[in-house]
Design a protein around this ligand. Structure first.
Ligand SMILES: Cc1cc2nc3c(=O)[nH]c(=O)nc-3n(C[C@H](O)[C@H](O)[C@H](O)COP(=O)(O)OP(=O)(O)OC[C@H]3O[C@@H](n4cnc5c(N)ncnc54)[C@H](O)[C@@H]3O)c2cc1C
Length: 630
């Protein structure tokens, strides 16, 4: 059946292993040791700051660093010792004209009609001003604010400057096709439908969530933070891979401890991601159903232990396997030694090692019928899937070779289970000696805690370096309306507060893991000051030192400098997601930046207030022509 054909290929492509540790640097400096001279004196009076704030500020730079012989040691920083309102520190890397540009850009973003019609305005401006003038205007405004440059070379000065002020880079090639909504929908329908489904209405078998939905074919709708790829053909995917490879090279070349970001939807036909996601979710749901049968519902996923004896009885009752047949499934090397099977054991059944084709039938809860997990792939589809996995493998090897960490971005929930699982497979291969591959967990998801804890537990059990980026999630609006319209459960937490709780709960779990096992790593990718403060507080309580580089912080270029730079100056590993690409090709990205910085957003208002405060401070202290030296 289809899956017995699928998994050996998946496993094979992913198990082409790279050399173990070559090209790896153990030292890192990008975001750790600020090498700033700064034209203004460090001890100059901070206008508007209290003495206490000032002491904290200096404390974050000086007192925390104790030099003993050749070693630089750092204490965890008390949460309140970094002052995110200290504008002098936050904007030390910027000349005043850049602050003014930020202020103008953020002010423009606060004008709703401008933001609502930004695409029409940009198109009209292109026509009126002509290409060259339009590009020049963009570079002086929006593009200059949010994008680092056109290519790997032009972004280097900015990367160097940020690095000198303690802020590293996650390179993020941000070119997007400028498709119309109709074109995007057409491409999506085509690339998410399997041949078998076209022929005999195989859709009927797929759950609604994992069927392509024409009304939501344009995945860009309602997304504020992330760029979107649409599948054209295999050559285009190869082209994306080449771009990511250049990005990794550039990360390796421009800083000593860089990251690159990739999106798996750029690397292959999304139909595979849809179908594989459905398989994984059905499989997990089946586990929970069996747990409920054993009276174990309501527990966190990693806490559930199924009793093998009862499990075999259930499988026999459901007609999936006789007790004799299933006996061999649960007596493998790691399975069932304790007489129980947990979620990780259960998940491990779904790969080539077991080749249990019958297990790939699961009961449909509504109809009570057994259904195959996956419809059959054609030879061409099989090849497409294999090529996608090979592209991932090529990228993993290049990252390992260059000592660059690879962030795999999280996307929509109908792709994400597959994206996360494939990323995990890469981690198993490439994270043996150090964290090279980072997975992303979206904490707006109701299931975020189960996802994080299951993967941490697996990394512990298999002894590889867990690497995670924690985000709240960029697709909320789209996810909610798709769920409501198509008719399945909303995957998103009901309120913002619940998402915050989830974020802190997941983060706390990983921080505890770091405390006990220094192999875990996490990037707190958020613009939320409370979340950053929460992280600092917990690091302090748990004795996690900034220079251990286990906890990173991440913000987007052009946003929240008041968080990034004080953290960097205090010696915390902090990174900017640094988008780059030609002006015309990053316009869709810029359009979303404008939306995220709308005046109604609390963060944007605070940023404008701080920028204004710093410009006034410079004016009053005669530093209007300040220019950073590094
Ligand atoms: C470095 C970096 C990398 C990123 N990478 C990714 C990625 O790979 N994938 C991805 O999906 N996103 C990614 N994002 C975007 C991220 O998910 C958020 O959309 C964005 O950062 C805003 O969240 P916040 O924590 O910064 O700020 P906040 O303003 O505190 O949070 C806003 C977020 O809270 C959630 N939220 C808001 N209202 C509600 C509500 N009513 N109910 C439930 N939840 C709600 C939403 O997720 C919303 O985006 C990334 C962000 C950064 C900074």
């Amino acid at each position: 059946m289809a899956c017995s054909k699928m998994y050996p290929v998946a496993r094979m492509a992913l198990s082409i292993r790279g050399p173990a540790t070559f090209g790896i640097r153990l030292q890192s400096t990008a975001a750790a040791a600020p090498k700033v001279k700064g034209a203004e004196e460090q001890n100059q009076q901070h206008v508007g700051d209290t003495t206490g704030e000032r002491m904290c500020q200096l404390g974050s730079q000086v007192d925390l660093i104790e030099r003993s012989e050749n070693r630089v040691e750092m204490k965890p920083c008390p949460a309140d010792s970094i002052n995110f309102g200290n504008t002098q520190e936050a904007y030390k890397s910027k000349p005043t004209w850049e602050l003014m540009r930020s202020l103008v850009v953020f002010w423009l973003c606060s004008i709703d009609p401008l933001v609502d019609r930004n695409q029409q305005i940009l198109n009209l401006s292109k026509k009126v001003f002509g290409k060259r003038l339009f590009e020049a205007i963009m570079k002086m405004s929006f593009y200059g604010q949010f994008v680092a440059g056109e290519d790997q070379e032009t972004i280097k000065p900015l990367i160097r400057r940020n690095s000198a002020f303690g802020v590293g880079s996650v390179l993020d090639y941000s070119v997007e096709e400028d498709l119309t909504q109709e074109e995007a929908e057409k491409k999506e329908i085509e690339s998410c439908t399997a041949e078998a489904e076209k022929e005999n209405d195989g859709f009927a078998r797929r759950e609604k969530k994992y069927q392509v939905q024409p009304g939501f074919g344009d995945r860009r709708g309602g997304v504020i933070s992330a760029r979107t790829y649409f599948y054209a053909d295999e050559a285009k995917c190869d082209h994306h891979m080449e771009t990511f490879l250049k990005c990794i090279e550039a990360s390796g070349g421009s800083s000593e401890d860089g990251f690159s970001a990739i999106k798996l939807t750029a690397l292959g036909r999304p139909q595979f991601l849809l179908q594989f996601s459905e398989v994984l979710i059905k499989w997990r749901r089946f586990f929970h159903q069996l747990a409920a049968d054993q009276g174990k519902s309501g527990l966190a996923a990693v806490e559930i232990e199924l009793e093998v004896e009862k499990l075999m009885e259930s499988l026999a009752k459901l007609g999936i396997a006789t007790k004799d047949e299933s006996h061999s499934w649960f007596t493998g090397e790691n399975l069932g030694l304790s007489g129980t099977v947990d979620l990780l054991d259960w998940n491990s059944l779904i790969d080539s090692r077991t080749k249990i084709s019958k297990l790939l039938l699961v009961p449909n809860l509504q109809s009570g019928q057994l259904e195959p997990l996956l419809s059959r792939f054609t030879e061409e589809e099989d090849l497409q899937m294999k090529r996608m996995l090979q592209r991932m493998d090529v990228l993993g090897k290049k990252a390992l070779e260059k000592g660059v960490r690879l962030m795999v971005d999280a996307e929509q929930t109908y792709f994400q289970p597959a994206i996360s699982r494939l990323t995990l497979e890469m981690q198993r291969i490439f994270n043996k000696d150090r964290p090279i591959i980072f997975n992303t967990y979206q904490c707006y998801l109701k299931e975020a805690y189960d996802n994080v804890t299951a993967d941490v537990e697996l990394s512990r059990r298999e002894d590889w370096h867990f690497g995670a980026k924690l985000v709240r999630g960029a697709y909320m609006q789209q996810e909610r309306s798709r769920a409501a319209e198509v008719g399945y459960d909303d995957p998103i937490n009901p309120t913002y507060e619940k998402t915050n709780e989830m974020y802190h709960r997941c983060l706390d779990y990983v921080l505890e893991e770091i405390r006990h096992n220094r192999k875990a790593n996490v990037m707190v990718a958020s613009h939320n000051e409370e979340t950053v403060k929460f992280t600092l507080k917990r690091m302090n309580e748990l004795g996690i030192y900034p220079n251990e580089k286990k906890v990173y912080f991440g913000q987007l270029l052009g946003m929240c400098d008041q968080i990034s730079f004080p953290l960097g100056q205090a010696g915390y590993p902090v990174y900017k997601y640094v988008p780059y690409g030609p002006v015309n090709e990053v316009l869709p990205y810029l359009s979303r930046r404008a939306q995220e910085n709308r005046g109604i957003m609390k963060g944007a208002a605070r940023e404008r207030e701080l920028l204004w405060k710093e410009i006034k401070r410079r004016a009053v202290t005669g530093n209007l022509f300040y220019s950073p030296e590094f």
